[in-house]
Each structure stands twice: as structure tokens, then as C-alpha cells.
Design a protein around this ligand. Structure first.
Ligand code: FES
Length: 369
């Protein structure tokens, strides 16, 4: 190695040691604190209950929406409407395994309707806020099971009805509570923090919190009460007095009138008698039973002498539809599907029309062909 190289190395070595000593004199700077952020994967590992969050949000939103829809829909509490709770109860009474309980409920459908809407709102709010999570989940399970045993009971196959799925969707929240990001958790942590703290302050915090929740609840109840005041229970009362628990659906079928002008058949028609032709009003319908299948049907006479019949089972989930009028057709009380007087679907969720029943007239009899 040459002298110059050695000199260079020696100079370089002294420079390095000077830099090192300057660095040693400089105060050590710690990295700036990173802002706290939600590390979801870590949180999931630490607390698997995070996976309940999407389910809780969905159930909360859906139940609040369902409750508000009932509050906003005046026909829900109007017993004279074919889509009211009263009409729905009577329509599903015959097919429900708890049909015996539905008569008295239908007689007080206004009160039960209000209770149902408030119950759904309470469950939805409880889920969204994570407040009284287990109680809200129990309420949601109860509401879903009652709907499964009534309006969804006719669903075929049974697992296509949504309510049984909702009933089981509440199970994890019923067993595990509301989980993270919930008022329940916050209250629990606050209680833990308060342990050993100034008892007066702790008590004050709890009182402020409970006061706030009660105040918000009272405001919501007042708002709902003013909304409900517009929906008169007179319809329910009138309908109940008119035989609300008799089991007869609230049909708009006009009173049968004599059909003297209807043409008589040649008498060669064959079939089983369904009902007397005179029982079917012109421009209206008469409820009857299909002698072949035992299904509930409507026999219609939309034009004088022109008789048709349709099965009352809604093609969506099997609820019996109600005849409204020749121009308005049929309405399903369960999920509001509508059909024209020929039975063709005019509004879903049903995607197909009512099943047509072949009928003929023989003398004064309507026969099942
Ligand atoms: Fe659902 Fe009729 S049963 S719309």
C-alpha cells in the first residue's frame, strides 16, 4: 500500500471518529408517536367478538327500518285496509300453528300493531347502539319467531321464509352480548374505571348517562305518539265488532246480488259444484273452497255471466290474498304483492300470478271443471 493511500485512510479514519463523537453528543431523538389507530386484525385476534359488528349493524338497521315503515304506513293500523295488521292476522289465522291465539290479537290489532312497531324500533335501536344487547336480541328473536309462525308459516319450502333466518341471526348476540363498540361495553368499562374513584363523581356520571338515555327515549316516544295519534283505532274496533275474531278475512267482496241476466249453460257441463252462481255478484267475487284440492279460492264474475276463479294462495309465500275490487284486483296482506282481477301479478315480491281454477256454470251452479 502506498504512503498516500495510508495518509488518506488515516484522514478518513479521523473524520469517521469525529462524526461518531458528534453523533454521540447529539441528544437521541425518539421517533414521533404514531396516531392511535384501529388495528382490526389485531383486535379480531384479541377479541373475536368484533365479527359480530356487521351482523349487529344489519339487524339494527333492518329493525329500525321495519319499525319506521309501520309507523309511516297508515294502512298498517287501519283495520279496513287489506294490507293492515288486522287483515294479515285474519288471513294467516287458518294456516298458522298458533292460529288459536290470533283471534284475540286481531281483535286488538291496533294495540298490538303499535306494540309491534315500537318493539321493532326498540330492538333496532338496541342493536345499533349496543345498548341492553342481550335484551334487544331476545326481543328480536321473539318478534322473528312470531312472524315465522304466522306470516311466514306458509312459505314452501319452509327455509325460504326470511323470518326463521332472522330468529337464528340473533342467537350469537343473545349468547355473547352486543360486543365491541357498544354502549354496554362502554358502561362496563366506565363502571370498572369508577371502582376506587370518587364515589360521588362515579354516581354523577351514571346519573347523567341514565338521564340522557331516558331523555332521548322520552323524545322518541313523544314523536311516535304524535305520529300514531293520526291513525285512528276506530277501524279496528268497527271491524272487531263486525266479527274480527270470527276468522273471516276482511274481503271487499260486494254483497251477492241476483244474476237473473246471466246466461244458463246447456246443462252438459260436468264437474263438482263449488257454489251457487247467484252467490257471485256481477263485478265482484265470492270466497269458496276448491272441492278438488280443498284450497281457498275466489270465484269471480267480472262481466255478467263470465265466471272465473283463482286460488287465494299468494305465489310468494302462500298467504291468502284478499279481493279488493274488480279494478283494484287482489292484495296480499303479508308482503303487499298485488294482482289484477284476472290474477296476474301487478306488484311484487310475488313474481307470478295467482293460480287459475277452471270453472263452468251449469244452471245455477258454478262447477269445478
Ligand atoms: Fe309475500 Fe304474498 S306471501 S307477498
Amino acid at each position: 500500500m502506498s504512503n498516500s493511500t495510508r495518509r488518506g485512510n488515516s484522514r478518513g479514519g479521523s473524520r469517521t471518529s469525529a462524526t461518531a463523537s458528534r453523533a454521540a453528543r447529539r441528544p437521541v431523538q425518539s421517533p414521533p408517536p404514531r396516531p392511535a389507530r384501529l388495528d382490526l386484525p389485531t383486535s379480531l385476534k384479541q377479541d373475536p367478538r368484533w365479527i359480530l359488528l356487521p351482523l349487529r349493524a344489519y339487524l339494527g338497521f333492518t329493525f329500525v327500518y321495519a319499525g319506521l315503515s309501520k309507523v309511516a304506513d297508515r294502512s298498517f293500523l287501519d283495520a279496513s285496509s287489506p294490507t293492515s295488521m288486522h287483515a294479515t292476522l285474519l288471513a294467516v289465522k287458518g294456516q298458522s300453528p298458533i292460529g288459536g291465539l290470533l283471534g284475540p290479537v286481531a281483535d286488538h290489532s291496533f294495540a298490538f300493531g303499535v306494540l309491534m312497531a315500537l318493539g321493532e324500533l326498540a330492538v333496532g335501536t338496541g342493536m345499533l347502539l349496543g345498548l341492553f344487547g342481550r335484551v334487544a336480541a331476545a326481543g328480536g328473536t321473539l318478534i322473528s319467531l312470531s312472524l315465522f309462525l304466522t306470516v311466514s308459516w306458509g312459505a314452501s319450502p319452509w327455509y325460504t321464509g326470511a323470518d326463521i333466518v332472522y330468529a337464528f341471526a340473533f342467537a350469537p348476540l343473545l349468547l355473547g352480548g352486543a360486543g365491541p363498540l357498544s354502549a354496554d361495553e362502554w358502561l362496563r368499562n366506565a363502571r370498572r374505571r369508577d371502582t376506587g374513584a370518587d364515589p360521588v363523581m362515579a354516581d354523577r356520571t351514571r346519573r347523567v348517562l341514565l338521564g340522557g338515555i331516558t331523555g332521548i327515549g322520552a323524545l322518541v316516544a313523544l314523536g311516535l305518539a304524535s305520529l300514531f295519534r293520526g291513525a285512528s283505532p276506530r277501524g279496528a274496533t268497527a271491524n272487531a265488532h263486525a266479527g274480527g275474531s270470527s276468522g273471516a278475512p276482511p274481503d271487499r267482496t260486494p254483497t251477492p246480488t241476483p244474476t237473473g241476466s246471466a246466461p244458463q249453460s246447456s246443462g252438459a257441463a260436468k264437474g263438482t259444484k263449488i257454489l251457487a252462481a247467484s252467490a257471485v255478484p256481477v263485478g265482484g267475487a265470492a270466497a269458496a273452497r276448491d272441492p278438488k284440492t280443498g284450497d281457498d279460492i275466489y270465484v269471480l264474475q267480472l262481466r255478467p255471466g263470465a265466471y272465473t276463479a283463482v286460488d287465494r294462495a299468494c305465489p310468494h309465500q302462500g298467504c291468502p290474498v284478499s279481493f279488493v275490487s274488480a279494478s283494484a284486483g287482489f292484495q296480499c296482506p303479508c308482503h303487499s304483492s298485488t294482482f289484477d282481477a284476472s290474477g296476474a301479478v301487478t306488484q311484487g315480491p310475488a313474481i307470478s300470478g295467482l293460480t287459475k281454477i277452471p270453472v263452468t256454470r251449469s244452471g245455477n251452479d258454478i262447477l269445478r271443471a
